[in-house]
Ligand binder design. Structure first.
Ligand code: AMP
Ligand code: MG
Length: 426
């Protein structure tokens, strides 16, 4: 049984849709959503960026045997004389990847290559460049050169057979591909791609290629949304620009519902006139309209649209080009990741503010920042010039968001502030 938004909001001790703190909105969204459960199996090379559907248990130990970390000579550490040079007889050679029967006894050693399996009884490797002398049949080690156990890698020190190698929910990255390959795993269970339909609303919008009529603007939100959704690994359904007409909006939302798990729209959710978006959204489903205590991006519609027995979660983002990105990053992103079954928290870091920042307590501000490292290696952040919610340039110039929390007031130069690097979001 699908919950209603009212079931979720009634759990909050105080709920005012017209003055909703960011964290309450994030919590309602999180509690209302349902993850997509279907999974599929993909080849390792197709798994990059996908969400691991279950824990991967290591079928083997890596490395499978104790082996040498260096090119050198393997021997028993107990043979080392702490006070005088130790000379060992060389009784064989061990190459990486080639089994050997070498079994040096006390006072003996074998030449060994990096990755070569340690012969039984040997626990220490002297790198060849650390030997005091090397001849065809012996090596000499000066006292104090190394200790028992040096330069030996243990079987299973990377991964132990039977232990979890990767946890379900992980977004698979390059290192994970390598790790899975090291286990000999060729196919990976992942959650199926999330299908996300998106469109822009507004009669003033023109598509690139069309003439820009008086008072019109080019639709940029569809391009930022395309970029953000693609980076998240969604399967995207670009529905273009939808006119501010009831029938056009209804058709668009119904058709999005038929094929998508989630719908992301921009524009038409504030209280301005000539917007049918809110009305149609409300008619087609369980949708609520919020004014969030944040800047930029106060208006947000959220809920579930239903049509012909199908339903899709709806994120009605504001129209302003910066607001749409900020609302996407701080509401839709985590929500879509949760729908994908992904566990990918965003890291906030504290950095010194290079200058004072004006900030009103009682709302969360997402200012566009440029973090840089000075000659002394210290990181500071400064705000990009104009912070208007329509100034997309502030996003392209920035490399991070400065997050000024609800309770926070003015920031003085030198104060620490929370930032989120775009590299962690995009
Ligand atoms: P709205 O939320 O529909 O009132 O739009 C707020 C502002 O954002 C208006 O100035 C719109 O022209 C602008 N806007 C809305 N949608 C887009 C879009 N897709 N691309 C660029 N600007 C937009
Ligand atoms: Mg509009």
């Amino acid at each position: 049984m699908m919950p209603l938004l009212s079931d979720v909001t009634s759990c909050l001790s105080s709920y005012d849709p017209d003055a909703l703190p960011v964290r309450d909105a994030q919590r309602i969204i999180n509690d209302f959503l349902e993850p997509v459960r279907e999974t599929e199996t993909v080849a390792l090379l197709s798994a990059l960026g996908r969400v691991l559907a279950q824990d991967i248990i290591s079928p083997i130990s890596v490395p499978a045997h104790d082996n040498s970390a260096m090119d050198g000579f393997a021997f028993r550490g107990a043979d080392l004389d702490p006070a005088a040079p130790t000379t060992l007889a060389v009784v064989g050679t061990v190459y990486a990847g080639r089994p050997s029967n070498a079994a040096p006894q006390a006072g003996q050693c074998v030449r060994i290559m990096t990755g070569g399996v340690m012969p039984a009884g040997c626990d220490t490797v002297i790198p060849q460049e650390h030997c005091a002398a090397i001849s065809d049949d012996s090596v000499t080690i000066r006292p104090g050169t190394l200790a028992t156990g040096d330069n030996r890698r243990f079987a299973g020190e990377d991964l132990m057979a039977g232990r979890p190698a990767l946890e379900g929910g992980r977004v698979i990255g390059p290192a994970d591909l390598g790790l899975l390959a090291s286990l000999g795993i060729a196919t990976i269970p992942v959650t199926r791609r999330l299908r996300v339909a998106f469109f822009s609303t507004g009669d003033e919008l023109r598509s690139i290629g069309e003439p820009l009529d008086a008072g019109c603007v080019y639709d940029s939100n569809r391009y930022t949304l395309f970029g953000m959704l693609t980076r998240l690994g969604c399967e995207i359904i670009d529905m273009g620009i939808v006119r501010d007409e009831p029938q056009a909006l209804e058709d668009a939302l119904r058709s999005a519902c038929a094929s998508a798990d989630a719908i992301v729209t921009s524009g038409g959710v504030s209280v301005g006139a000539a917007d049918y978006t809110r009305q149609i959204m409300a008619e087609l489903g369980d949708v609520t309209f919020w004014k969030i205590g944040m800047r930029p991006g106060r208006p947000l519609a959220f809920g579930r649209i239903s049509s012909d027995g199908k339903s899709a979660f709806l994120f009605g983002l504001p129209g302003n080009p910066v607001a749409v990105m900020v609302s996407f990053y701080f509401f839709a992103r985590a929500a879509l990741l949760r729908m994908m079954g992904a566990n990918a928290p965003v890291e906030m870091v504290k950095v010194k503010s290079a200058a004072a920042i004006r900030k009103k307590p009682g709302r969360t501000e997402y200012q566009r920042g440029i973090m840089s490292t000075d000659a002394g290696g210290n990181q500071t952040v400064r705000i990009t010039g104009s912070q208007g919610s329509g100034i997309l340039r502030s996003m392209t110039e920035a490399n991070c968001m400065v997050v000024l929390h609800d309770e926070q007031g003015n920031v003085s130069a030198g104060d620490m502030v929370d930032i989120i690097l775009f590299s962690g979001l995009m």
